[in-house]
Design a protein around this ligand. Structure first.
Ligand code: DX5
Ligand code: ZN
Length: 232
């Protein structure tokens, strides 16, 4: 089943608890938390204190996307704040293998993300160690951007590689996800959809999430069937 992880980046920060409860009611599977430090990305959002507060108001998995430098310093802090999934950027981790294992040792699930210009080969040596790969389909830092079409080939390549090495990792896609792109990325191999603007700008969140689910189901139908075992 494809999971829907709305990003609160474009939500009303003055009413976060209400917005989280509305996402629960609307059928969100996870809550995607875009942590930005103003250094790794040209924007600054929130950190552990906000995540701790949100942990108290929802039982949904908290999916922390750390767009920060030196994430190693913060793994324990984000886990203690209540993050269930901690995703770091490969570009910010000189010792990525160790970082991934430290996330797992903290008790959180480990995600690794790559920006649109980062070769997918940068994931190769940790694909068997991570729980999730986050393919950025926009340049990180802001919501409401346009989906980068080249992301589809990247998703397919990572999905093929995950299948080849029998890694258990899932693929999350983040940026410009709407009714059309959700279908395309799922057909390419995405398992988790992050959507901010599409959810928070829709007439209702429930309608937006239902639309994403319908498109994802269509995308699953379009996935290439695994080659049937050849009968010789
Ligand atoms: C961008 C964030 C995304 C963003 C998605 O840096 O990582 O999660 O909020 O927003 P939309 O869905 O509006 O592109
Ligand atoms: Zn994100």
């Amino acid at each position: 089943m494809v999971r829907i992880a709305p990003s609160i980046l474009t939500s009303d920060f003055a009413r976060l608890e209400t917005q989280i409860h509305a996402l629960e009611q609307a059928g969100a599977d996870w809550i995607h938390l875009d942590v930005m430090d103003g250094v790794f990305v040209p924007n600054l959002t929130f950190g552990p204190p906000v995540i701790s507060a949100l942990r108290k108001v929802t039982r949904l998995p908290l999916d922390a996307h750390l767009m920060i430098v030196d994430p190693d310093r913060w793994i324990g802090t984000y886990r203690d704040a209540g993050a269930d999934i901690i995703t770091v950027h490969a570009e910010a981790c000189p010792h990525l293998h160790r970082t991934v294992h430290r996330i797992r040792e903290s008790g959180a699930q480990a995600g690794v993300s790559i920006n649109p210009a980062t070769p997918v080969s940068m994931l190769e040596e940790v694909l068997s160690d991570v729980d999730m790969v986050l393919i950025m389909s926009v340049n990180p830092g802001f919501g409401g951007q346009t989906f980068i079409p080249g992301s589809l080939g990247r998703i397919r390549r990572v999905a093929d590689r995950i299948q080849e090495i029998r890694s258990g990792a899932v693929i999350q896609v983040d940026g410009g996800i709407d009714a059309r792109t959700s279908r395309e990325v799922v057909a390419a191999g995405a398992d988790v959809l992050v959507a901010g603007n599409f959810v928070f700008s829709a007439p209702t969140m429930a309608e937006a999430i239902a639309t994403l689910r319908r498109s994802a189901a269509e995308g699953l139908e379009q996935r290439p069937r695994p080659a049937p075992n050849r009968v010789v």
